[in-house]
Structures are given as structure tokens and as C-alpha cells.
Design a protein around this ligand. Structure first.
Ligand code: SDX
Length: 434
């Protein structure tokens, strides 16, 4: 296999080193390109551009493979928990009993918000989107920890990490309660991570929420499956902000904003809205499929397609199976699940989708599972953000630990006006009336 690539331009041949990864994926290192050729590369959407070397997550999009620190997602989904997987992603190894207990204790010690944070919640209108509240309140929370604002201090990483992972859950639950005019429910130190979140979301001051094991397990699995996904849009955003040496909470707040977009983490909410639209219209799905294939319709089959997976997203397979067993355990059904299954069957036999290698991604079934758990649609992307926090933190740490880390500052090719002159306003002609 070549360990170097040759590029010829202006009659000269330049040699560029080739970097090979653990799974034999290769990257052409262009660090010297501009110095030697005066050229930069262009890559719309960064579809062919690696921004970093990373040891956290491996994806093989053609084969539908996903591994956290080398462990297949299927094994973690089957045998692990969200918090154990979060530890694996952040610290690079599965925790021993003692390590896991210490991590769990740190999460419990840091689960409460500073009491003055409640004044910030008061300031949001009840119609505020929970993702807007989440990104704002992550930054607001950091103001109560001056140690966080100073320069990077690895000795404080564990407590900042535990605080962020624990509090993002409390902020999410508080924002939901506030937006529904409900009294906030404080975390219970006796509850584990996911059970505590459900308690804070759905208990009342006079009535404890009944924690069904199947429901707790289903939500914990959703968090686990979202925990990291290499250089996706929001994680790349976190690395971009971390490269300026911003603090962990600022990076996470930026990640929340990137995740919110309907083409990214907002897709789980968009899938349910799409399925509800189909259900209301009485369409059996075939009309929507045709619209999704028509570029002029402005519609896409949300939850389908992926920049990296050109095969079935392994997380979608796991969620689909978990959906079936959850519905059986709860003795419930959902017409939206049947519609989703019809859409999937139709798309997977339609040349438009097959030619473009468009398969269900993590968002296609996750919303249906969250509905069954009782999570309101407007909270779906918040659930995604809670799950993705360990991945963002691990990528933040990779940047901070890298002695050669440089600020991310892409180049561009300028296509604006050539040299121009300032014209005083009195000499500027009004455009002729159309
Ligand atoms: C996530 O990157 C990650 O890892 C993200 C994620 C993670 O864990 O962090 O996996 C989570 O964000 C999953 C993706 C959720 N988004 C959606 O489900 C929204 C619907 N999907 C798409 O908009 C789209 O597939 C993307 C955004 C996911 C990927 O976009 P790309 O790689 O830029 O692909 P593209 O838009 O260039 O599409 C290629 C072709 C186009 O048609 P042609 O111009 O070739 O004729 O496929 C078509 C697109 O129009 N296409 C779709 C489609 N997705 C792509 N057509 C209809 N329905 C779709 N869903």
C-alpha cells in the first residue's frame, strides 16, 4: 500500500505522506500543500476531509460498523449501560467496579444546579424551545464555577466532566417542567442516572413517577446509542471551539446549537412530525415517498440517509428491535411505528433510495421509542444531546491533551469582487425601479 501520494501541478510533482489508521483507512497529509504549491484544497461539506486523528470511535460506513474504543456498538447495547459506556468513551477503557462507583458518586455529587440558576429559568417564555434553553443554561451554569473559566487544568477534568454530564440531565428536566408550568423536581441521590432523569421529568411533589424497568432500560439504550459518532457536525463543532482553548461548557453549548439543526440531531423530531403528517393525511406513505424523491417538493424522508453510512445505520437496527420488545413489554402500539415500517419497506425497494444508498439512520426509529417512553417530541433532540455529551467531552479532551493542537482555521477560495473603491454616498446612484 502506498505510504505517499504524488500530486502534479504546474508541471511539478509533489510528494505527500499518507497516514494509515487502525482499520487501514488512509488519509493524505496535506499539511505542506500550500507551502509547496500555493494551493489549498476545496471540499464542500468536508465529505473527503479528515480534521484530526482520533482514538475514540470507529465507523465503517460501507459495512455499517460502529465501535466505541474498539468495542462494537451491538455488544455495548446488549451488555453495557449509558454511564459505563460514557466512562469507556471518555477515559478510553471499560471501568473497574471501583472506577465505575467513583464516577457514579461524582455524578451524584454534581447532579444539583446552583440554586440561583432557577432565576434564569424564570426568564424563558413557556414557548422557548428546550434546545435554546439547554445551550443557554449550560453556559449559565458554568458561571457558577469560576475554576472552569481559567486555563485548561487536567486536574479539574473529572469534576467538570461529571458536573456537565450530570447537570445537562437536570437542566433538561427543569426546562421541560418549566415550559409546562410544572414545579421542578429535584434529583434523588438514590436514583441512577437515567432513572433520575425520568423522576425529574415525570414525578410530582405529591406523587413519585413509577419507574418501569423496561422504560428505564429503553431510555438508557437511547442515550448509549447516541454517545459518540466520530466527526459528526456537532462533535466537529465542539472540536472547533475547543481548538481556541475555550472551556468545556462553552464547547458543549456550541455542540448543542449545531446538533439542533433538522439535518442533524433535530431529525428525530422531524421524523415524528413527518409520520404525524402522513398519519393525518391518510396517506399510506406512498405519496410521501414520491414527494421525498421530488427535489421540488421541499420534502425529504427524514431519518433516512447519512454522510458516512452507505448501509443500514447499526444503531437504527438496534433501536428498531428494542422498539418491538418495548411495545410488547408495555402492551402498547403506535400507528406511527406501522407507518415508519411501511416507509422503510417501500424505500428499501425503491431505486431512488437504493441508488443513493439511503438507509434508515439512528433518527428514524428513535423518536418512536422516545414517544413510547413518554418523552414529548420537543424534547427529542435534548435527549440526543444528553446522550452525545460523553462523545463531545472525549473529543474536547483529545484536543486539550494534544501538545501539537492548533486553532482550527480553514482557508477559502475568494470569489467576490476584484479590487474595488469607496464611493461617497452622494455619488451612489439609486437602482432603476424594477
Ligand atoms: C445524524 O454525521 C453523523 O454521524 C450524524 C449522526 C450522529 O450520530 O451524529 O449520525 C446523526 O445527524 C443522522 C442524520 C439525520 N438527518 C436526517 O435524517 C435528515 C435527512 N437526511 C438527509 O438530509 C441527508 O441524508 C443527510 C443530511 C443525513 C446527509 O446529507 P449528505 O451526505 O450531504 O447527502 P446529500 O444531501 O448530498 O444527498 C445525496 C443525494 C441527494 O440527491 P441527488 O442530488 O444526488 O439527486 O441523496 C438525496 C439528496 O437529495 N437525499 C435524500 C435524503 N437524503 C439524501 N433524498 C430524500 N430523502 C432523504 N432523507
Amino acid at each position: 500500500m502506498n505510504t505517499a501520494a504524488k500530486l502534479e501541478i504546474d508541471g511539478k510533482v509533489h510528494t505527500l505522506p499518507v497516514v494509515e489508521g487502525t482499520e487501514q483507512e488512509r488519509g493524505i497529509d496535506i499539511a505542506t500543500l500550500r507551502t509547496h504549491t500555493g494551493c489549498i484544497t476545496l471540499d464542500d461539506g468536508y465529505g473527503n476531509t479528515g480534521s484530526c486523528l482520533s482514538k475514540i470511535t470507529f465507523i465503517d460506513g460501507e459495512k455499517g460498523v460502529l465501535r466505541y474504543r474498539g468495542i462494537p456498538i451491538e455488544e455495548l447495547a446488549q451488555q453495557s449501560s449509558f454511564i459505563e459506556t460514557a466512562y469507556l468513551i471518555i477515559y478510553g477503557h471499560l471501568p473497574t467496579r471501583r472506577e465505575l462507583q467513583h464516577f457514579s458518586d461524582l455524578l451524584t455529587q454534581n447532579e444539583n444546579l446552583h440554586e440561583d440558576m432557577k432565576y434564569h429559568f424564570e426568564g424563558f417564555p413557556s414557548t422557548a424551545h428546550p434546545m435554546a434553553i439547554l445551550s443557554s443554561m449550560i453556559n449559565a451554569s458554568s458561571c457558577f464555577y469560576p475554576g472552569l473559566m481559567g486555563r485548561w487544568n487536567p486536574a479539574r477534568f473529572d469534576v467538570h466532566t461529571a458536573r456537565l454530564i450530570s447537570q445537562v440531565r437536570t437542566i433538561a428536566a427543569f426546562s421541560y417542567r418549566k415550559s409546562h408550568g410544572l414545579p421542578v423536581i429535584y434529583p434523588k441521590p438514590t436514583h441512577k442516572y437515567t432513572a433520575n432523569f425520568l423522576h425529574m421529568m415525570f414525578s410530582e411533589p405529591y406523587l413519585e413517577y413509577e419507574l418501569k424497568p423496561e422504560v428505564v432500560r429503553a431510555l438508557d439504550l437511547i442515550f448509549l446509542l447516541h454517545a459518540d459518532h466520530e466527526q459528526n457536525c456537532s462533535t466537529a463543532t465542539v472540536r472547533m471551539v475547543a481548538s481556541s482553548q475555550a472551556n468545556l461548557f462553552a464547547c458543549a453549548a456550541a455542540g448543542v446549537c449545531a446538533l439542533w439543526g433538522p439535518l442533524h440531531g433535530g431529525a428525530n423530531q422531524a421524523v415524528i412530525e413527518m409520520l404525524e403528517e402522513i398519519h393525518r393525511s391518510g396517506d399510506d406513505g406512498s405519496r410521501f415517498i414520491e414527494a421525498a424523491k421530488d427535489k421540488n417538493s421541499g420534502k425529504r424522508l427524514m431519518g433516512f440517509g447519512h454522510r458516512v453510512y452507505k448501509n443500514y445505520d447499526p444503531r437504527a437496527k438496534i433501536i428498531k428491535q428494542a422498539c418491538d420488545s418495548l411495545f410488547r413489554a408495555l402492551h402498547v402500539s403506535d400507528p406511527l411505528l406501522e407507518i415508519a415500517q411501511r416507509l422503510e419497506a417501500a424505500a428499501l425497494h425503491d431505486s431512488y433510495f437504493l441508488e443513493r444508498k439511503l438507509y434508515p439512520n439512528v433518527d428514524f426509529y428513535s423518536g418512536i421509542m422516545m414517544r413510547a417512553v413518554g418523552i414529548p417530541t420537543e424534547m427529542f433532540t435534548v435527549i440526543f444531546a444528553i446522550g452525545r455529551m460523553p462523545g463531545w467531552i472525549a473529543n474536547f479532551r483529545e484536543i486539550m491533551d494534544d501538545p501539537h493542537s492548533r486553532i482550527y482555521r480553514p482557508r477559502q477560495v475568494y470569489t467576490g469582487p476584484a479590487l474595488n473603491r469607496y464611493v461617497p454616498i452622494e455619488d451612489r446612484a439609486e437602482p432603476a425601479k424594477a
